[in-house]
Design a protein around this ligand. Structure first.
Ligand code: ATP
Ligand code: MG
Length: 416
């Protein structure tokens, strides 16, 4: 029995699954670049305080899901559970505003959360994230949403729903919170335990409570849209109008919130019924008040989103992953082995995907391996052939064979 196994909630990726992960990440990188975004890479661990401040002490992530440890110097570090706070930190620390007034950044990387593992929920998982930092225009929100949609489209993921909402700003949020408190005061005792705490501490967060009783109670509350200030209303209307102009379908869900104080104006999610219980493929929103928390209150308007790559891969039809065939598998004998590596070197220098069996078992087993590796051609190097300075090229699909001069292998294969 294996004594040491991988930690709970993590995955080993190899062969197909590793290929899918790379393929998807490369595609995402390409599409983000087409949209004028630049990649940002930040450390996998950060000071714990970055997340406790940047995500909020009372959130599920910070209160129960972080992998936190002390380094040898006694400093508290945390494996990143998400990347927005880290990107904003990097933006400020490297004065990226000096480069461009508006920074369009994206990242692809692993995140860590100590959650109960289940389908679509792991302890180590990958996110593709977008952060547009430096603009308060609703067009930045549109751009963030459109890039996500373009990625889903490129993988033919169509059964999705874009849900948006506005959560106001420090001007109007308190009025809405007050209205919520008043409308719920008579029901407070009927709320779930968590929501009773939220009622006092962070009442907005109640809106996405999954408890059926709370959901029933919440149905009757006033919607945020009736309380937003003029600026927030204009922003939201502008966003909705632009999405409509672009033919981008969306629904407004007044219950969609991002519960933290620094979230402002836009909140959005893209959901899919194909994902089952874990229905959100990505979530995002505007966070105009986040930079100020690391920067003595100097705010920088920003909007972003994060998509779960494992959930994305789960939704991509297998056909979308290109069939990946080996071009050539070389079959040789003990007597001809010295010819193999020089030929391989030439083939590979010509971008011909090629391989062979180091251990040179029987011809039968070499052919078996060529088939398993789905080779288009085998190149047979026997003693007879070598004496004539040729080799045999066999088309593995049709079975046709042809003798080719050893000097012309690359040319012959490239013509095929
Ligand atoms: P959920 O409601 O599913 O817990 P969340 O609100 O915690 O999601 P975000 O923090 O907004 O999710 O993360 C954005 C996306 O990252 C999610 O929509 C999901 O696709 C993905 N994601 C989040 N947590 C996990 C996880 N533990 N394993 C795999 N993917 C995840
Ligand atoms: Mg979660």
């Amino acid at each position: 029995m294996l004594i040491i196994k991988r930690p709970r909630g993590t995955n080993d990726l190899f062969y197909e699954s590793a290929k899918k992960m790379s393929f998807v990440q490369n595609e995402i990188n390409k599409i983000a670049t087409i949209h004028g975004f630049s990649e940002i890479r930040t450390p996998i661990f950060e000071s714990t305080e970055l997340f406790t401040r940047g995500i909020g002490e009372e959130t599920d992530i910070v209160s129960k899901e972080m992998f936190t440890f002390l380094d040898r110097g006694g400093r508290s570090l945390t494996l990143r559970p998400e990347n927005t706070a880290a990107v904003v930190r990097a933006y400020l620390e490297n004065s990226l505003q000096k480069e461009y007034a508006m920074n369009k950044l994206f990242y692809i990387g692993s995140m860590y959360r100590g959650e109960r593992p289940q389908k679509g929920r792991y302890r180590e998982f990958h996110q593709f994230g977008i952060e547009c930092i430096g603009s308060s225009s609703y067009l930045a929100d549109v751009e963030t949403i459109l890039l996500n949609v373009a990625i889903l489209d490129s993988f033919n993921i169509t059964e999705t729903e874009l849900v948006i909402n506005t959560v106001g700003c420090p001007n109007c949020k308190p009025k809405y919170n007050q209205a919520l408190r008043e409308s719920l005061s008579s029901e407070k005792d009927n709320l779930c335990e968590t929501c009773q705490v939220r009622y006092d501490k962070n009442i907005l967060r109640m809106l996405d409570c999954k408890n059926p009783t709370c959901q029933e109670i919440i149905k009757k509350i006033p919607t945020f849209y009736d309380f937003v200030c003029d600026e927030c209303r204009e922003h939201f209307d502008g966003l909705c109008e632009e999405l409509t102009r672009l033919g981008q379908a969306f629904t407004i869900n007044p219950m969609l919130v991002r519960g933290l104080d620094y979230y402002t104006k836009t909140a959005f999610e893209i959901q899919s019924s194909n994902l089952g219980a874990q229905s959100a493929i990505l979530g995002g929103g505007r966070y105009d008040k986040l930079a100020g928390m690391f920067n003595n209150g100097v705010d920088v308007p920003a909007v972003g989103s994060a998509m779960g790559i494992e959930r994305l891969i789960f939704m991509i039809e297998n056909e979308k992953f290109i069939e990946d065939r080996l071009d050539v598998f070389i079959i040789a004998f003990k007597e001809t082995i010295n010819h193999v590596m020089p030929i391989l070197k030439r083939l590979r220098a010509n971008n011909i995907k090629s391989d062979f069996d180091f251990d040179l078992k029987s011809i039968k087993s070499q052919f078996k391996l060529a088939n398993k590796k789905n080779a288009k051609y085998t190149l047979i190097i026997g003693t007879d052939e070598i004496s004539k300075n040729v080799c045999k090229i066999r088309d593995m699909d049709s079975g046709d064979e042809k003798e080719v001069s050893l000097d012309n292998i690359e040319k012959e294969l490239k013509n095929k």
